[in-house]
Design a protein around this ligand. Sequence first.
Ligand code: SAM
Length: 289
Amino acid sequence: MEYCSVQGVKALCEEFGFRFTKSLGQNFLVSPQTAARIADAGLADKETTVLEIGPGFGAMTAALAERAGRVVALELDRSLFPVLEKTLAEFDNVTVCEGDVLKTDLAALFAGDTNPHRCVTANLPYYITTKTILLLLSSHLFERITVMIQKEAADKIVAAPGSEQWCLFSLLCNYYAETKLVFTVPRSAFSPQPGVESAVVRLTPVKRLEEAEEAWFLKIADAVFAMRRKTIANCLKALLPAETLAQAAQTAGIDTARRGESLTVAEGMALAQAVQQITQTSHTKKSIC
Ligand code: SAM
């Protein structure tokens, strides 16, 4: 893409009087090789519609449009629209929409879409990394989510359970999806250069629990990380009667004297299933009485 270079970005800024807004995470790619690598990592083909969050000047959008059936590019900053009209003029499979990813009805963006596959590939605005990834995962709309994010956030996604980096975000990402760090990207690939290192991660959603069990998993996850250094028993005190917790922990084979932060995805799921089983049984018994 001819605009994906330091000179290209500078020329577009001058032509359109565009000024970068730091608070919107506007660090644009100036490395066509990196844009191509990220688009490749997204694994989209002509039967796939890709949601791109934040097209910027369209460096990633162009790389995606060459590979995918259709690209829906959602951009918050209106002042980028005239630029995108120019840089994406040659592509008839791109739809640019205005909106905040955190406030947009994402399903509605795909109304009437005929492609059988749907994924997200994007160089995310870093200030909303965690919220955006969790929103995309919990939407259950996408087969794959491939995003460039700050390296620190990527390390949390692929952290080992119980390690220093393992946190609520790690637990949730690895509950909703299989996770992989694909490659790292140097600051020199952007203009202006960000203050942090970047990495590309791929999350492949998997269906793990039924709705009621999932609701318990999410409540348990929140509770154990709200007071992560306390024991699991302590963390879950306000959520479950002591008897229910003791019974569920025994069924799930979990020592509740361990720290909340040590809970793995598999353990959280086993606990959620056991709690659901117990609460459902006691509810059924009460109804019969
Ligand atoms: N994709 C371009 C690239 O790689 O060169 C730009 C990526 S830049 C890191 C992030 C983009 O997200 C910017 O264009 C910014 O305006 C946009 N953005 C910021 N906040 C957003 C939000 N809440 N919803 C949608 N887009 C947003």
